[in-house]
Design a protein around this ligand. Structure first.
Ligand SMILES: [Zn+2]
Length: 229
């Protein structure tokens, strides 16, 4: 009988321990769930052009801006996600966003991008493009903003400064541009022209993977500076 009482006490003690451990573990899980990471920031990355709109074309390689923009957008996405940001892409393949039955495909494409931006809840928008100009000596990365959007202006200048500090030929000042992708939303945005496909040397650089990594890192550094992170 005494043995049974002792056994019962031991069992009660064990049970109490199990309950205590479970509740501590439960609390830990709850704390973990609560502390579980809100993304650092949300960014929309917009690879310009797509589908029947190939954009600028590489003078020597014949590569389309559509294709190159997507590569750059994906590189920036990887860097941003590695930093804990939430990324929303306007497109993830070579197709355009326009409706196949739309009369005005460009307008349809831009409106689809606007819808993604407005529904994203993003902190910033980054539109990715490559430049081209008849004067083939023109080169250098250039960032554009919408002058009515103060946040966008600061973001663009921050990216431009970061590019200027680390990439040859990048301009020193961001420029005002009347661009639908920036005008269509109140969210601060910047459009980066990464370089000129009409300049042979720059085209070669733009096609080089390590240059792409470097210039994309510089852009993300500019975004982090804007966030003061
Ligand atoms: Zn473009």
């Amino acid at each position: 009988m005494k043995f049974l009482v002792v056994k019962k006490r031991v069992l009660s003690a064990v049970l109490l321990c199990v309950i205590l451990i479970c509740s501590v573990v439960g609390v830990c899980y709850a704390v973990q769930a609560e502390a579980s990471p809100k993304p650092l920031r949300t960014i929309v990355i917009d690879a310009g052009h797509g589908g029947r709109d190939g954009g600028a074309v590489g003078k020597a390689s014949g590569i389309t801006e559509n294709e190159l923009n997507l590569q750059y957008a994906e590189t920036i996405k990887t860097i941003c996600e590695g930093l804990g940001m939430r990324v929303v892409m306007t497109r993830s393949d070579l197709s355009g966003l326009y409706s196949p039955v739309a009369d005005n495909k460009k307008r349809s494409d831009m409106e689809a991008r606007q819808k993604i931006i407005e529904e994203s809840g993003a902190d910033v928008v980054l539109s990715v493009h490559m430049n081209a100009f008849p004067l083939t000596s023109s080169r250098g990365a250039q960032v554009f903003f919408d002058s009515k959007n103060q946040g966008g202006k600061e973001l663009a200048q921050s990216i431009q400064t970061s590019l200027h500090d680390s990439i040859a030929y990048a301009k020193s000042s961001a420029s005002d541009g009347d661009l639908y992708i920036l005008n269509c939303t109140q969210i601060p945005g910047a459009l980066v022209e990464f370089g000129f496909l009409s300049n042979l040397e720059e085209e070669e650089l733009l096609l080089d993977e390590s240059y792409r990594q470097d210039i994309c890192y510089a852009v993300v550094c500019g975004i982090l500076d804007y966030f003061r992170l």
